[in-house]
Design a protein around this ligand. Structure first.
Ligand code: ZN
Length: 489
């Protein structure tokens, strides 16, 4: 079951008296520490509170819109100190800071605060700019309403440390250019807003914002966190909390590489095939279907896709993946350090890295120039990585993580499940630290005389639900093998 989206609101803040032909917006970088889209560039916003509905928003068409506007205004205030309210024009900066303190300290709720200082919200100050729902491949999902808001006179946004690490005014065109040049990671609604604004503030601006189905709450199927890389999550019988496997389409003007078309379900296979067909229709060829590793949730749709494409597109994988697969035929073997360079523009070159540990023939793919690493199931954006012997090997897995950690210029990780990871080195460090901590605890437990894997799980995996103890037992066996190989037990 996919998570149910929670109501949220976000503000696309426009600079006061900005040039309508090339408007300036305020974008923020989300803190690296955030579980949801940490390190991404985005707009200020967040989840709706129960209290948001208690605010009377003048001229709101209905209570739902009022609550969303209230939430958007509150988030804008909490995250950037900008108070987009009526009646507050005479407040000094110092007074706004003191109001914010009332709110943050919990002395007053948002609705009480507005009442107390005789402030009110007016729906006319909030231009609806669409409603986007996080695709179901994420554990945390939001149904986010976006509003365009003009920054009120004599107020300057100021990033308040916490959920955000920085923020700045820049033209929508510059912001979008930074994304095009691989300098930031962003989600589709942010990119859509920047592209729309980059074409200028025109009379039909709202229509342009609302011109695509995703702006009406239909989750995006193709997710472009980075140019030339499409993440296309497909529903698979995978391990919870994941419900989808990320298929990746890496493309340029002439060629497409398809990684891990993993869904065995016909409707998902058809959706992916339609996306591929459209890209072919634009003049490209599918060069290869590439497998990161042998697990069913990564290879379940290979045969269907190959058949759909006429049967002649080769399937490529590591020899140890090819050997272990009986239902999927691998046409070309990929070895460690092999380079795959796409024909066409822009230049895209991926280097294969044999990175076993989760599976014997596991491959990652590094696009050094663009700062992208396809991590397969070695690092994932949702849930944890299972190390299940004999395919899994903890010692080798840690070596693979170290090797990934040593790669230069990592800007984003694309894992086999869940959203992209915009904090690559930090994430790899976390993975390594987490495993080493488990290992220390297991070693201590063994030394205290507990040697049965089941008993070790009960002792060490106290943070994991009993439902997952079967999996944890496999991980303990992997840890014990490593400790044995390391000569520690
Ligand atoms: Zn796997």
């Amino acid at each position: 079951m996919s998570a149910t989206p929670k109501d949220a609101a976000a503000v696309i803040l426009l600079r006061q008296n900005t040039d309508p032909a090339n408007p300036e917006v305020f974008w923020v970088k989300r803190s690296d520490k955030l579980a949801f889209l940490g390190g991404f560039h985005a707009f200020p916003g967040g989840q709706i509170d129960a209290d948001d509905a208690a605010v009377n928003v003048r001229n709101a068409p209905n209570p739902e819109t009022a609550a969303m506007i209230s939430g958007a205004a509150r988030e804008l205030f909490e995250e950037l100190g900008v108070l987009a309210v009526r009646g507050g024009e005479t407040l000094t900066k110092g007074q706004r800071v003191s109001l914010l303190d009332d709110l943050e300290s919990g002395r007053m709720t948002w609705s009480k605060l507005l009442d107390h200082y005789e402030l009110h919200l007016d729906a006319n100050d909030f231009t609806y700019a669409g409603r986007w729902v996080t695709p179901p491949f994420n554990a945390r999902r939001f149904d986010t309403w976006f509003f365009l808001v003009n920054c009120p006179p004599r107020q300057e946004p100021n990033v308040i440390a916490g959920e955000l690490s920085s923020g700045e005014w820049l033209t929508a065109r510059d912001a979008y250019d930074r994304w095009l040049h691989d300098q930031v990671v962003a989600v589709p609604p942010t990119l859509h807003a920047l592209r729309t604004l980059a074409a200028g503030i025109t009379p039909n601006l709202s229509e342009r914002f609302l011109s695509i189905p995703q702006a009406h709450g239909e989750p995006a199927r193709r997710i472009t966190f980075r140019p030339n890389y499409i993440c296309f999550p497909v529903r698979t019988p995978t391990r919870p909390p994941a419900t989808h496997t990320c298929c990746y389409l890496v493309y340029n003007s002439k060629e497409i590489l398809i990684f891990d078309p993993g869904s065995p379900y016909e409707d998902e296979q058809e959706a992916l095939a339609a996306c591929v067909d459209e890209m072919i229709g634009e003049g490209r060829q599918v060069r290869e279907i590439i497998l990161t590793h042998l697990h069913p949730d990564h290879v379940g749709g290979v045969n269907a896709l190959k058949a759909h494409l006429g049967g002649s597109v080769p399937v490529a994988a590591h020899a140890q993946t090819a050997d272990a697969l009986s239902d999927v035929h691998v046409d070309r073997l990929i070895e460690d350090n092999d380079v795959i360079a796409l024909e066409g523009e822009p230049r895209i070159q991926l280097r294969a890295l044999h990175t076993p540990g989760h599976a014997l023939g596991h491959l990652c793919f590094h696009d050094e120039a663009r700062g992208v690493l396809l991590t397969g199931d070695n690092i994932v954006g949702i849930g944890s990585v299972l190390i299940d012997p004999p395919q899994g090997n903890m010692r080798v897995y840690l070596q693979s993580l170290e090797r990934m950690r040593s790669l230069p210029n990592l800007g984003v990780l694309f894992g086999g499940h869940g959203p992209a990871i915009a904090t690559p080195y930090q994430k790899i460090d976390e993975y390594i630290a987490h495993r080493l901590e488990r290992e220390r605890n297991i070693l201590d437990t063994v030394r205290s005389g507990i040697t049965d894997p089941k008993a070790i799980v009960a002792h060490v995996y106290t943070d994991v639900s009993p439902k997952a103890h079967g999996m944890a037992e496999r991980a303990v066996i992997a840890h014990l093998e490593k400790l044995h190989d390391d000569g520690l037990i």
